[in-house]
Design a protein around this ligand. Structure first.
Ligand code: NAD
Ligand code: SER
Length: 313
C-alpha cells in the first residue's frame, strides 16, 4: 500500500543501512523521488538528489522537506552503541533531538509518515536473554539503549496524542556487503568477512561464546519497506517491533566461514564492547511482527555466510 509519487527523504542515507535503503526505495519510487541527506557526501548514489543536512538543524530540515515536497522521512542518523558510550551526552542529543525534529514535522502535518529504527539495545542485563519477547523487562545499560527506549515511548506518544504515523523496528545486528557498519557492538560480524577474504584471519573484539541476534541486511531492508507499506491498521504497535533473523556467536560464524575458506582462523581480544554485548539478548521472539503485518525472515547463518563471501569476493 503506497503512493509511488511520494517524495521520500532519507536522513543518514550514507550509513550502513541508508546506503542500501536508498537503493531499494529508488527501485520502487524512482531515484528522483528519493532524496538522500547526510552530513557527509555519499559516493554511492545513483541519480538521487543529495542534500547536505544536519538533523539537529531543525530549520534546515524543514527547508529540505518544503523544497522537495517530502511526504515520508526515514530517520537513520544516530550514534550507535559503541560510539555512543564514548560520547554519551552527544549520543543522547543526536538520537533524541533528531527524532523530535522529525516527529514535530509530522505533528505539524508537513509530512505524512515517519520511519525511525530502534534496536535490541532497548533490552538490558535484567531482560530474559533467550527468545526475548516484545513485552518484557527493559532496563538498557547503554546510552544508546536508553535513547532508543525513550525514543520508542515518544513515538507511541506522538501517535496516540497527535495521530503521527510513525513506524519502527528493533533491528538486531545487521550484516551486509554493500556498506560498512558505523560504530556498533555487532560490527564484528561484518568485519570478519572482509578480513577472512583479505587476510584469512580475524581478531574479534567479543568473546567466542557471545551469542547475539543478527540479520542479513536484505531482510532488514525488506522488513523496513514492508512495515512502511503495511496497512496502518495492521501496525498495532507504535513503539517498535521485535524483529528476528538468526542468532550465533563468533565461534559459530567462524566455523561457517571455514566451510568456504578452510584456512581461516579467528582469535579473541575482547574490549569494552564485550560488556555491551553481555547486556543484550541472545535471541528474539518476533511473534507480533509476524502476526500483525506478516514478517518472515529469509536468511539463516549458512545462507548469510554464502551470500556475504560470494558478493565480497
Ligand atoms: P551508520 O552510523 O552507519 O549511519 C548513520 C549515518 O548518519 C552516517 O552516514 C552519518 O554520517 C549520518 N549522520 C550522523 N550524524 C548526522 C547528523 N547530525 N545529520 C545527518 N546525518 C548524520 O548507522 P546505521 O547502522 O546505518 O544505523 C542507522 C539507524 O539504524 C540508527 O538509528 C541505528 O541506531 C539503527 N540501527 C542500526 C543497526 C545496525 O546493525 N546497523 C542495528 C539496530 C539499529
Ligand atoms: N548493531 C547495533 C549496535 O551494535 C545494534 O543496535 O549498536
Amino acid at each position: 500500500m503506497y503512493n509511488k509519487e511520494d517524495k521520500i527523504l532519507i536522513i543518514g542515507a550514507g550509513g550502513q543501512i541508508g546506503t542500501e535503503l536508498t537503493e531499494e526505495l529508488s527501485k520502487l519510487y524512482g531515484s528522483s523521488n528519493v532524496i538522500a541527506a547526510d552530513l557527509k557526501p555519499i559516493p554511492s548514489l545513483h541519480n538521487n538528489p543529495f542534500e547536505k543536512l544536519d538533523i539537529l538543524d531543525k530549520e534546515a530540515v524543514f527547508n529540505v522537506v518544503k523544497k522537495h515536497g517530502v511526504r515520508q522521512v526515514y530517520l537513520l542518523a544516530a550514534l550507535l552503541s559503541a560510539t555512543g558510550e564514548q560520547n554519551p551526552m552527544f549520543a543522547w542529543k543526536l538520537n533524541m533531538e533528531g527524532l523530535f525534529n522529525i516527529l514535530d514535522l509530522a505533528k505539524e502535518k508537513h509530512i505524512d509518515k515517519v520511519y525511525w529504527p530502534s534496536s535490541i539495545a532497548v533490552f538490558g542485563p535484567t531482560t530474559p536473554k533467550v527468545n526475548t519477547s516484545q513485552f518484557t523487562v527493559m532496563e538498557p545499560s547503554t546510552v544508546y539503549g536508553i535513547s532508543k527506549q525513550a525514543g520508542e515511548r515518544w513515538c507511541e506518544w506522538y501517535f496516540h496524542k497527535f495521530g503521527v504515523d510513525v513506524r519502527s523496528l528493533r533491528y538486531p545486528g545487521l550484516i551486509g556487503w554493500k556498506s560498512a557498519p558505523g560504530g556498533g557492538t555487532t560490527d564484528y560480524a561484518v568485519h570478519i568477512f572482509h578480513e577472512a577474504l583479505k587476510n584469512k584471519r580475524y581478531e574479534c573484539f567479543l568473546e567466542k561464546d557471545t551469542v547475539l541476534p543478527m540479520m542479513h541486511m536484505e531482510d532488514a531492508i525488506r522488513a523496513t519497506i514492508e512495515i512502511m507499506h503495511a496497512d496502518p491498521a495492521s501496525v498495532r504497535l507504535r513503539g517498535s517491533y521485535n524483529l528476528a533473523g538468526m542468532s550465533f556467536n563468533p565461534e559459530e560464524i567462524a566455523a561457517e566461514i571455514r566451510k568456504h575458506i578452510p584456512e581461516f582462523t579467528i582469535t579473541y581480544k575482547p574490549d569494552f564492547r564485550q560488556q555491551i554485548a553481555n547486556s543484550w539478548p541472545q535471541s528474539i521472539n518476533d511473534a507480533e511482527a509476524r502476526e500483525h503485518w506478516g514478517w518472515k525472515p529469509a536468511y539463516d547463518l549458512p545462507g548469510l555466510v554464502k551470500n556475504m563471501l560470494t558478493n565480497l569476493a
